[in-house]
Design a protein around this ligand. Structure first.
Ligand code: DGJ
Length: 706
């Protein structure tokens, strides 16, 4: 029988409200409980709203473990905190000691007097509905072994599905969506870096949620080491979502007075579909003081153009063409240093190779700059080849346990950034090169996973991650205009921890536009397009071997921080002219592309992608309609584009892709050649008649307010 026993003694209460999101927090029997996290509501949210039945075979009163999820409070699922003091103080019961809140933030201090632990939790909800939470635990007693400190947020029972991303090298960010069932669903990373398989964040959503509508809730941990995300639904039927750093055994041992600050958490909610969720995150990131403010330069990365074949004469020819085509940045990739003529040796020897660059990098850097472009350089500072002078001199500088040297990966071992000498060596070597050649852009790679990652035999993934953050911060301090690209064998280090220290992510080594379209689409779920490196690759592509036209490659690359990754001296003059026109277009449109709202249309067929960017004043937009594969029906569904002003009239014009060779049809719809004028409402409800495109071809559609 249910009984109306009040579920709590009234305590402090905070109602955060910002950016269309409300969060109701209440202190119940000493524990902070998030009663509600979702769309803004009107009203007082009376206590009785939350009263529940007492079921058979259950505690005699409603339990409310809330954010703390402690056994001592009757919580039977996965906990917030795991730790002990040599077997003691394993079960905690924290109580709120201090509680402060206003309309958009709260700060709580909890204490467990018996366990001699303090926990500080604070959160702020910004005008975009993004909640940023921090947690720090302090030990007031004898040595305390912390195993885990997780963030937990309650999920509405409308959230019946989860969405996360999986992948591997050259095939990152494949979405997987499934029903939330009773039990724990965990996505974790143990690579010492997020990894190609990293999900970036975990999303819970309604069954009906699509890009355009429906509710979703998401967590993303600001961390570049090991992490875990989890959705847990208990037998009572309630579900929660969590994120936390994965700590290796003994990685955090707190002596009296010491603290562990967990990586910050981003908690997102939107009632406007997955696009609403990404729009909130993009706006939050764009509002940061460190967000790149200058136009994102058209980049030529030389990796796939030359690989390890560093030959100044050859590179100068590429640079000549780059200047002709309108590039703004040229990046010299792997192979310029030490004995690095292949990936077998030289990594760690950060001195310019006399063999391939007899008079240093200066003449190339100046050559590039004289042509009005920026010179960028590749590093992989955390790694070392066993066949290198550095390793021969300092074999003890690697992460290891005992005398064990773990298996190499791409012929590399990992330097221990917790070793001050190793750290200083990397910092000073990179600093020296940056100073010597006045370098303002570096691509920083991280090609392998961390295993047996010990420093003085103690687990050190956390310290390694913090070491890298320190290193980047110091390099940026010493070189005021330095930009850093976070690359890890493609997109294996894309996360909200490193984001404040970097200016670009290398999205994937896969430059096949057909596959990249998906990788970009889902990477943009959390990361705004101006931070995602998107390159036009060679033909045939070096990863999939597929032949794809420059225009389809370019149109795909346009929707990010665009660049090229091929030997452009091999292009015919008409191909170079075509590339040049794409570069001109990118420059003309990047302001819109890098500041507007990303819109992914729920196109009825998986064979096509319809997506674009709408300016914040809704006066202009650019959309791409691309055919990924042929479909059994002749006519693809209409292109219904949402997000513009319904009452405003717009002109619609095909900017690219309208040529006959792109169509599998006798005649495409007339509007493709004539353009047309219509209202935002017509565009959304009636939509444009879609042409029958050949696979791997696309239309670029410009929409301008009249
Ligand atoms: C992996 C990166 O993803 C590539 O772009 C390139 O920089 C190579 N490493 C160089 O070794």
């Amino acid at each position: 029988m249910s009984s109306p026993i009040p579920s709590s003694k009234a305590g402090a209460r905070a109602q955060l409200s910002n950016g269309g999101v409300d969060l109701l927090l209440e202190v119940i029997d000493g524990a902070p409980v998030i009663r509600y996290w979702g769309a803004s509501f009107k009203g007082e949210a009376s206590e009785l709203l939350f009263d529940r039945s007492i079921a058979n075979s259950d505690f005699d009163a409603v339990t409310n473990p809330g954010m703390m999820r402690e056994h001592s409070r009757g919580h039977l699922g996965y906990p917030t905190i795991k730790g002990h003091r040599a077997g003691l103080d394993w079960s905690t019961k924290f109580s709120v000691k201090e509680f402060k809140s206003d309309k958009s933030s709260f700060q709580i201090q909890l204490e467990d007097k018996d366990a001699k632990l303090i926990l500080d939790i604070s959160a702020s909800l910004d005008q975009f509905g993004v909640l940023k939470v921090s947690q720090e635990i302090t030990n007031l007693g004898d040595t305390y072994f912390l195993d885990e400190l997780n963030y937990w947020m309650p999920l509405s029972d409308s959230a019946t599905q989860s969405l996360d991303f999986v992948g591997r090298w050259s095939n990152e960010r494949n979405p997987q969506r499934r029903d939330i069932a009773i039990g724990r669903y965990v996505r974790d990373s143990h690579e010492g870096r997020p990894g190609h398989n990293s999900t970036i964040g975990m999303i819970a959503l309604e069954k009906e949620t699509n890009f355009a509508s429906g509710q979703s809730w998401a967590l993303s941990l600001a961390w570049s080491g090991d992490s875990q995300y989890c959705i847990e639904k208990n037998y009572e039927g309630s579900a929660s979502i969590s994120a936390g750093e994965v700590l290796l055994p003994g990685e955090v041992i707190l002596e009296k007075g010491q603290s562990y600050r967990a990586p910050d958490l981003f908690a997102l909610y939107s009632s406007a579909g997955l696009d609403g969720l990404s729009s909130n995150m993009h706006k939050h990131l764009r509002a940061r003081s460190v967000h790149p403010k200058t136009p994102r330069p058209m980049t030529l990365n030389l990796w796939e153009a030359i690989y390890f074949d560093h030959n100044e004469e050859k590179i100068r020819k590429i640079v000549d063409k780059a200047a002709e085509a309108g590039f703004e940045r040229v990046v010299l990739d792997d192979g310029w240093f030490g004995s690095r003529r292949s990936d077998l040796s030289g990594l760690g020897d950060w001195q310019v190779s006399k063999e391939v660059w007899p008079s240093g990098l200066g003449s190339l850097a100046n050559y590039i700059r004289d042509k009005g472009m920026e010179f960028g350089l590749w590093f992989e500072g955390e790694m070392v080849n066993p066949d290198s002078d550095l390793y021969r001199l300092h074999p003890d500088w690697i992460l290891k346990v005992g005398n064990r040297v773990g298996p190499t990966w791409r012929h590399e071992l990992v330097l221990n950034l917790d070793n001050q000498d190793a750290y200083n060596y990397v910092l000073n070597s990179v600093d020296k090169i940056l100073t010597q050649y006045q370098i303002t852009y570096i691509k920083w790679d991280h090609n392998r996973v961390l295993i047996d990652a010990g420093s003085n035999n103690r687990a050190a993934v956390r310290k390694q991650t913090q070491g890298l953050y320190r290193l980047f911060a110091e390099l940026k301090k010493r070189h005021k205009n330095l930009e850093i690209e976070s690359c890890a064998s493609g997109g294996a280090r894309i996360d909200l921890g490193i984001i404040d220290l970097v200016d670009r992510f290398w999205t994937s080594d896969n430059n096949d536009a057909l596959e990249r379209a998906r990788i970009q689409r889902w990477s943009a779920q959390f990361i705004p397009p101006e931070l995602l490196g998107t390159h036009i690759g060679a033909d045939p592509g070096h990863q999939t071997g597929r032949s794809i036209s420059i225009s389809f490659r370019a149109l795909t690359a346009l929707f990010g921080h665009a660049g090229v990754e091929r030997d452009i001296t091999q292009l015919s003059s008409s191909e170079l002219a075509e590339l040049k026109s794409w570069i001109t277009l990118y420059k003309a449109k990047r302001k819109l592309l890098h500041s507007g709202d990303v819109i992914r249309i729920d196109y009825p067929k998986d064979s096509h992608y319809l997506h674009g960017v709408i300016a914040s004043d809704k006066k202009s937009a650019l959309f791409s309609f691309s055919c990924l594969e042929t479909s059994p029906e002749s006519h693809p569904p209409r292109m219904r584009i949402r997000g513009l002003d319904s009452d405003r009239r717009y002109s619609v014009k095909v900017l690219s892709g309208g040529q006959k060779s792109n169509f599998m049809a006798i005649e495409p719809p007339i509007w493709i050649t004539t353009g047309l004028e219509l209202t935002g409402s017509e565009l959304e409800n009636i939509g444009l008649s879609a042409p029958i495109l050949r696979p791997a071809s696309a239309l670029l559609i410009e929409i301008t307010a009249l």
